[in-house]
Design a binder for this molecule. Structure first.
Ligand code: HPA
Length: 274
């Protein structure tokens, strides 16, 4: 389904009425098992997705399904605790709907986090990866359909979807905190089945370092409407076929829990400097 400008505005107006003059600057999407940072927002104002006009509920495990507005590290943030995925049955327009609404509310920056499979065999499960670029060429775009010029142009440039100055900021921040930070390309696969070993070999040949089922659609929509983006991935497991063991959701959630402090510490430290 495609949305009209009126629908985006209606959602934004609904939220604005609850924000009482508060303007979020940084939107954050927290991935599987990483939503805890949303509970640390100060002076929080909550909005459940199910109450917001035209929003969809997220059904994935470890996703709470609400927006949290408030401050974190002195920044005005809008945290999405839980995101929508294409594999849940949502169109890419639905998956990216919230990003556009947050843009209308004033957000200029998007921080995306996720858990993903590690495709790069030089790295290990548990590592963090700065996303430098993405590959999402085997599925349709969230920008498909009538262009809404209020958000951006018909054929947006995608040379720097992940903002170079934020990449540098994350590199420096990780180094200061002695947090090892890999850098690489996020390869989007829409799931929900984990990839086959052959798909992972293909992803590697095509230049992917991490493979996951989220993030890329939201980042395309954010780039279209002029938002700057920082993306950090938790490599929660070695991707299919690398180790001789089946992949499981539990492994992903356990890895997210194990990396929670390192991950949230890095995000908080980056936030402080934005
Ligand atoms: N593949 C796709 N998505 C994922 C994975 C994976 O191996 N791990 C966590 N999310």
């Amino acid at each position: 389904m495609e949305f009209t400008m009126d629908q985006y505005r209606e959602s934004a107006d609904f939220l604005r009425a609850q924000l009482k003059g508060f303007t979020p600057k940084i939107a954050m999407v927290l991935g599987s098992g990483l939503g805890g940072l949303g509970d640390e927002v100060e002076h929080p104002i909550f909005a459940d997705y199910k109450d917001i006009p035209h929003f969809k509920a997220s059904t994935a495990p470890g996703h709470k399904g609400r927006l949290v507005f408030g401050t974190l590290e002195g920044q005005n943030v809008a945290v999405m605790q839980g995101r929508m995925h294409h594999y849940e049955g949502y169109s890419y327009e639905e998956v990216t709907y919230a990003v556009r609404v947050l843009r209308l509310l004033g957000c200029e920056i998007l921080i995306v986090t996720n858990a993903a499979g590690c495709v790069n065999t030089d790295w290990n499960a548990g590592d963090l990866m700065l996303i430098t670029d993405q590959i999402k060429m085997f599925s349709e775009s969230p920008l498909r359909g009538e262009n809404l010029p209020e958000f951006g142009v018909r054929f947006p440039d995608a040379s720097h979807l992940y903002t170079p100055r934020f990449q540098q900021l994350a590199r420096e921040t990780a180094a200061e905190r002695s947090i090892p930070l890999r850098e690489g390309v996020y390869f989007y696969c829409y799931g929900p089945q984990y990839e086959t070993p052959a798909e992972i070999r293909a992803a590697r040949i095509l230049g992917g370092d991490a493979v996951g089922m989220s993030t890329a659609p939201e980042v395309i929509a954010a780039g279209h409407c002029g938002m700057e983006v920082l993306g950090i991935t938790l490599l929660s497991n070695m991707a299919a076929g690398i180790l001789d063991q089946p992949l499981s959701e539990q492994e992903v959630l356990d890895a997210a829990e194990a990396a929670r402090e390192k991950f949230t510490g890095l995000i908080r430290a980056c936030l402080r400097k934005m």
